[in-house]
Design a protein. Structure first.
Length: 104
């Protein structure tokens, strides 16, 4: 499971895109939680990391589809298919490393 950054590298509610084993992954910190999901919108195949965090969702900048960051499920049209979610693990340090596991 590769390390993508440290927790201190993540600004609260500011999504960032990382390449994890060839997969574009959006990583975002919301308060004390860190989420990792596919960076590609299931509706129009654009980068979700350019969108906005609203509550515990990422909103696609192009057509406004919003996806739950815990489940990947879209909250309404135009997207009808979920995005993939990935497991996040933190190292046991004062400034933990963020590890993301993509399933291949």
């Amino acid at each position: 499971m590769p390390s993508v950054c440290r927790v201190s590298d993540l600004t609260d509610r500011a999504p960032r895109k990382f390449d994890v084993d060839g997969e574009d992954v959006l990583v975002v910190r919301i308060d004390e939680d860190i989420f990792a999901v596919s960076d590609v919108c299931s509706h129009s195949e654009v980068s979700l990391s350019e969108g906005d965090i609203v509550g515990c969702t990422i909103e696609c900048w192009l057509h406004g589809s919003a996806f739950n960051l815990k489940t990947g499920v879209p909250l309404g049209p135009p997207a009808t298919q979920p995005i993939e979610t990935f497991d996040v693990t933190l190292s046991d340090e004062a400034d933990p490393e963020v590890f993301v596991s993509v399933r291949s």
